[in-house]
Design a protein around this ligand. Structure first.
Ligand code: CA
Length: 124
């Protein structure tokens, strides 16, 4: 096991209690259409649900910690992760560990974390 993998697994266990929304999505097969629109080692975000059209924004681990652009701040309709990442809401401080294959087609519906997401960083 690589050090990075161990760190991710550690972060996952920390976030397990609050990660049930992501877990539900990752239990299903990834949307192949979205996979084609989002490159390897990228996490792609859409303002709208269902990953419709080109991603609104793309993040990759080499970018480090970045705030979401204004259009996506507290307003992520859908996402697909082809890289590990940590989604963060700054106030109240809360995070979600994301692993490759995680996605949501309706991430801000019903107060899900996409309605609160402020920034992305490589690990929680
Ligand atoms: Ca927020």
């Amino acid at each position: 096991m690589t050090r990075t993998r161990a760190r991710i697994l550690g972060a996952l266990s920390v976030c397990a209690l609050t990660g049930s929304l992501l877990g539900a999505g990752s239990a299903l097969a990834a949307d192949s259409k979205a996979g084609a629109d989002c490159g390897p080692q990228e996490v792609c975000f859409w303002q709208d649900n269902d990953m419709s059209g080109a991603p609104t924004w793309r993040w990759s681990p080499g970018s480090g910690q970045l705030n979401l652009p204004p259009a996506l701040h507290d307003n992520v309709g859908s996402f697909v992760a082809n890289a590990a990442a940590c989604f963060v809401d700054t106030d109240p401080a809360e995070s979600r560990a994301v692993t490759p294959g995680d996605y949501s087609n309706a991430y801000k519906a019903d107060g899900k974390f996409g309605s609160r997401l402020d920034l992305v960083k490589p690990a929680c």
